[in-house]
Design a protein around this ligand. Sequence first.
Ligand SMILES: C[S@@+](CC[C@H](N)C(=O)[O-])C[C@H]1O[C@@H](n2cnc3c(N)ncnc32)[C@H](O)[C@@H]1O
Length: 225
Amino acid sequence: MSVFNFYGRIWGRRLSPKLQFVHDHVLPLVDCSEVVLDQANSLITHNLSWWMEIGFGDGVHLRAQLENYPHVHFLGVEVFRPGIVHCLQELSQEEQKRLLIFPHNVHLLMPKLPLERFEKIFILFPDPWPKQRHHKRRLLQNAFLTQCWNVLKNEGQLIIASDVVPFIHWMQQQLKAHKGFRFVQGACTSDPKEWPQWPAEFPLSTYAKKALHKTYFIWKKIRDR
Ligand SMILES: C[S@@+](CC[C@H](N)C(=O)[O-])C[C@H]1O[C@@H](n2cnc3c(N)ncnc32)[C@H](O)[C@@H]1O
């Protein structure tokens, strides 16, 4: 199985005329696919604060962070078109300048990104693929963690959230086994009794709003691994 296969949904129901307008006229303004695949080095520059969210869904968390941190530039990655257009509704011109969208499979993007550019990578409620035979599809495989390690600045953070206990256990094991990251904050085990409170300053994504028992964990990139 190749990582370039994508198993989720790209299109949902037909878009309303308003969302179709956003898709046709706003998405092209922030869609970085062509440039990022060719000249990512000049697009994602060293001197700015870059954060990335992978699988941002409908962008509720991404938009809140964009609003809360006006110095931050965001690269949003998502394949689900209706989610992307929801995220782009009512985007101000100022926000538009600080946002890039890669509307395709993240596995096409990661090898093209320049090294050591991102301060934070958010992966919120990634698909848990519960069946054993589908575990290969889970995002946080060792090779993917190395790609995250490559593009994070030193001490850059990987911020993950989920509500699926066995999957949380698997992701924490993956991070421990990788050795390129050190635990910083949040849940350090998969036991819900030990999970800390969700921090008030951490905006909820749509999945986070729906999940009753959820947690998050932050690991930072360490120089030697
Ligand atoms: C369970 S949803 C979570 C959405 C959002 N992060 C939230 O918390 O509300 C996972 C999202 O990841 C996206 N996704 C999964 N695999 C992806 C990939 N390889 N590249 C880009 N997006 C992906 C899916 O399309 C989906 O929108």
